[in-house]
Every structure is written in structure tokens, then in C-alpha cells.
Design a protein around this ligand. Structure first.
Ligand SMILES: [Zn+2]
Ligand SMILES: [Zn+2]
Length: 124
């Protein structure tokens, strides 16, 4: 098959939110890509039900967009985190635990046990 082998590197900046604490994240991904573009005359006619489409050269122009899009999407983190061990948000008050790691609350008393606590207080 005659064609053009395109190889390259692309950098993309991304913005998102930490999946645990919703802190905004900006990051950069660098992707390498490689794809063979076949001259249209030589490309096989597209057969239905086949996933591996052949990229073709049209008028000696290469359409890099789908190639770049796929490469960048694959490089994106599935669950972006602001830091690898992000502790997330406090389930009690929603504070960001990374900002306030010593953050504590009085242990909430399960209402089913509250009556027992009262009994204990009376006994003492
Ligand atoms: Zn986070
Ligand atoms: Zn809290």
C-alpha cells in the first residue's frame, strides 16, 4: 500500500475537576501519534461492519483532527485527581480535607444509641 506515515507529538492543555474534591485542575498531556494515510486510489473500498477504517489521503491533504482527537482522548485521565492521594471532601460539612487535614467533628451519635448514652450518664 502506498501512503504517508504520519508521526508526531501533540501537547494539549486540559481543564477539569478533581473527582473527589471538585478542585479545578489544569494539566497538560503530551501524546504521540502515528498513523498510515493511504492514497485514496489504493484504499480498499469500505466494507460494512469493519472497525479498522483506513485513513486516506485526500488531494494530498491529511486530516489530522480525528487522529489527534483519539490520541488526546485516550491520554486523558479517566478520573482526574488534584493530587494522587486526594482525601476528598468531609462527609459532614463538605470542607476540602486537603486544605484542612486535621479537620474533625464530634462523632455523631447514632440516634438508636442516644438513649443508651443517657442511661450511662445517669448511672455515673
Ligand atoms: Zn482533590
Ligand atoms: Zn467537616
Amino acid at each position: 500500500m502506498e501512503g504517508v506515515l504520519v508521526t508526531g507529538t501533540a501537547q494539549a492543555s486540559l481543564e477539569g475537576e478533581c473527582v473527589r474534591c471538585l478542585e479545578p485542575i489544569t494539566d497538560e498531556v503530551t501524546v504521540n501519534f502515528q498513523e498510515l494515510y493511504v492514497y485514496e486510489d489504493h484504499a480498499l473500498p469500505p466494507s460494512e461492519g469493519e472497525d479498522d477504517e483506513v485513513s486516506t489521503l485526500r488531494d494530498d491533504l491529511v486530516d489530522l483532527e480525528p487522529l489527534l482527537r483519539d490520541a488526546v482522548v485516550l491520554a486523558l485521565p479517566f478520573q482526574p485527581l488534584c493530587q494522587d492521594d486526594c482525601p476528598g471532601l468531609c462527609p459532614e460539612c463538605g470542607a476540602r480535607l486537603a486544605d484542612d487535614p486535621d479537620h474533625t467533628h464530634e462523632a455523631p451519635i447514632d440516634p438508636r444509641w442516644a438513649a443508651l448514652t443517657e442511661l450511662q450518664t445517669e448511672q455515673n
